[in-house]
Structure formats: C-alpha cells, structure tokens
Design a protein. Structure first.
Length: 153
C-alpha cells in the first residue's frame, strides 16, 4: 500500500486532520476576536452614553434629594415652625410645577401627584394657565432629555 491511499489512518489521513485542525483553530481565533471586539465596542458605547447623561442624572439626583427633604417637612407639620412650613410649601410647588418635572421619571411623577394631593391639595385644584404651561414645558424637556441622552424614563 502506498502512503497516499492508507485506509487505516496512515500519514495522509493524519496530515489532513492536522490541516483541518489548523483551519478550525484559525477560524475559532477569528470568531473569538470579532466577538471580543464587539463586546468592547458595546461597553465603550455604554460608558460614553452614561458619561454624556451624567449632568442630567446628577441634576435628577439633586432634585430628588431636595424634594424628599421638602416633603419630609410638609408631611410632619406639627414638628415645624410656621416660616419653615411656608418655605417648604413654596419650594414644593416650584419643584412640582417645573424643576422636578423636567427630570423626574414617570413613576416619580405619579408619586409626586399623590403626595401633592395629600400635603398641598390646593396646588392641583387651582391650576392656572401659566402653571399648566410651565408643567407641560418641563415634561417636554424631560422627554427631550430621555430621548437625547437615552436614559430610562
């Protein structure tokens, strides 16, 4: 028998298997490299998106903290001085109508409405045209931020 036609796994079969193994390893290396490259690109894109949204997220966090402090004063009127209650009520209205509305998530918005109905029922009962326009503008800005920065609403 010659080496070229060895049916029992002679040198020709081993050479073919070695070539096939080489091709498979090259293909596997290319696939792994492409997957790794794509994963790195996705991580970089996410990091870039978060970096660009950082000012919005920081503003949101600051206003959330401020509204929680203001709500705490209004929710506990018996512990407050009259001037502190008046200042908190004024600030709550400012946050509710415009500033917080510009950055709040929709579930926070629903909670703010529920809170306003409890601690400042006149706020929503006496809704003026200017107040409504400011509120709508703030929400339009929020929607623009959500879309532009790609943050979750």
């Amino acid at each position: 028998m010659s080496e070229d036609k060895s049916p029992a796994g002679g040198p020709t079969t081993l050479a073919t298997l070695a070539q096939l193994a080489g091709v498979v390893s090259v293909v596997a290396g290319v696939v792994i490299s492409v997957l790794s490259f794509n994963a790195t690109r996705q991580k970089e894109a996410e990091a870039s998106r978060l970096a660009s949204a950082r000012p919005l997220l920081e503003l949101r966090q600051n206003l959330y903290t401020e509204v929680v402090k203001t709500a705490a004063v209004l929710a506990n009127p018996e512990l407050q001085k009259p001037d502190d209650l008046l200042a908190a009520r004024k600030r709550f209205r400012e946050l509710y109508v415009a500033e917080l509305s510009m950055v709040e998530a929709r579930d926070v918005e629903a909670s703010m409405v529920a809170l306003a109905d409890q601690i400042d029922p006149d706020l929503r009962k006496n809704w003026s045209g200017a107040r409504s326009a400011a509120y709508n503008l703030s929400h339009a800005l929020r929607d623009s931020f959500v879309k532009g920065y790609g943050v979750e609403d």
